[in-house]
Design a protein around this ligand. Sequence first.
Ligand SMILES: Cc1ncc(COP(=O)(O)O)c(C=O)c1O
Length: 494
Amino acid sequence: MTAMLTAVVVDNFENKARSLLSLDQCLDLDNAVANNFYSQHLNKYMLQLFDILGLKDMDIRGAQGVEIWLNDGRTLLDFSAGLGVLGLGHNHPRIIEAERKCHERKVIDCIKIAPHKLQGALAYNLSQFLPEPLNVSFLAVSGAEANEAAMKLSERVQTPNRKTKFLCMRGAFHGKTHGALSLTTATDVQSGFLLGVPKENVIYIQYGDINAMREAIKIETGGRGDNSIIAAMVETIRGTSCEIPPAGYLTDFVQLCRDNDILSIFDEVKVGMGRSGRFCAFQHENVVPDIVTLAKTLGGGKREVAAMVTSQALFDRAYGNKQDCNLHSSSFSGLGESCAVAIETLNILQDERLIENAERMGDYLSKGLHALKAKHPKQILDVRGRGMFQAIRLNFHQELAEKLVDVSKNPLFQTYQTVLIGALVRELYDRHAILVHFQPGARDILHFMPPFIVREEQIDKLIAALDEILSRGIGDATVRFVAKNIKRVFRDII
Ligand SMILES: Cc1ncc(COP(=O)(O)O)c(C=O)c1O
């Protein structure tokens, strides 16, 4: 490995021999060598997980649209789409062109002591997609940060009311920074961390159950009729399990919040930006929350951009004077090129009618998945989701196991489910060149999240591949999966 490194520099000051890889070397890095760096300098255990799924040796040459090209000549169809980042697909030509324009014009990326034109322009464009009064944005670089911003704004708004608690859903995912983590319970990701919001300040309730929310508020309501809840946060489609809440739930959610002086926060990080067939998934109902958070597809698949959007009235209550207006800020909030890419992303959604396409292709995908369920009723329990976020729930004997053990805590049952779902993911990749994923919080659910530009024939390939695998039986795929991992099974057990 050292032979390929160019210059070895000995820095006397640091007294450390330094041998850097050049960018050109990195772009042409051999896959095995790259994996070595990943293992030694990044996260060797993640690499092991990729290995189990057969994805470690995916030697990627490039990607465009729904396709990923491998150096071994194979072309993959990407139905995982960066877990939601790639609404426009890989390397959308207009996003590349937007970046080129920025480079050509030497657009300023960072000016912190004067306004940046593109930040205001992006915030304006966002307001054009969102209903009134959602027209004031805070720009961030990740979904978790957008949610942090939403939580902090809510805390400031409610400061005069001395409220101290957040309400959120069991099994929710809102990100992994300390504050957002406090409201994230999808898997055991809180374990071992001090939380930004202590557990006693968070009320966890059942997703989709408005009565549970009503009850929780009642419990928190004191003699004078006021309650301790600052804000309630909810995913408008639950990400881990791809669950759409009952019709009217989001409307009732906001109304209940309004009636009780609780701020409503809709987390649209995963399903916003058109994935559900509307700009935001809450727009399937006639409702407007106090705050909405967006990320993932907003960056056009090329940039890290996120946004928390609220009303001027709430922004004023939180930060409405010259002393407090910068209380919440960040160095990388709204870099020029990121804003340019996000602005172009919104234009692409509109010009190419991609939200409409997400809905149309979503209907097509849904029909295909329902036909599959009709053909394999014993293996597929249900088809769920909407637009470009759909999933099938597989019959991994969850109901039977629930009668015997606490499935959310039983490691043996979890391993069993992981093997089955892992086998499907690996089979789709190995034999059909299709990438899909699952979430650790719901291991019997296989997710399909194509870019919004997906075509019917690409969906047909997915359905045909699933049909072929299910016709042979999940057991068949599992045997091959276990055989491929047999060495590891022995090594881990012994
Ligand atoms: C619904 C939801 N909220 C928040 C986040 C966190 O976003 P990020 O990973 O950009 O911090 C995610 C990430 O998957 C998400 O799905």
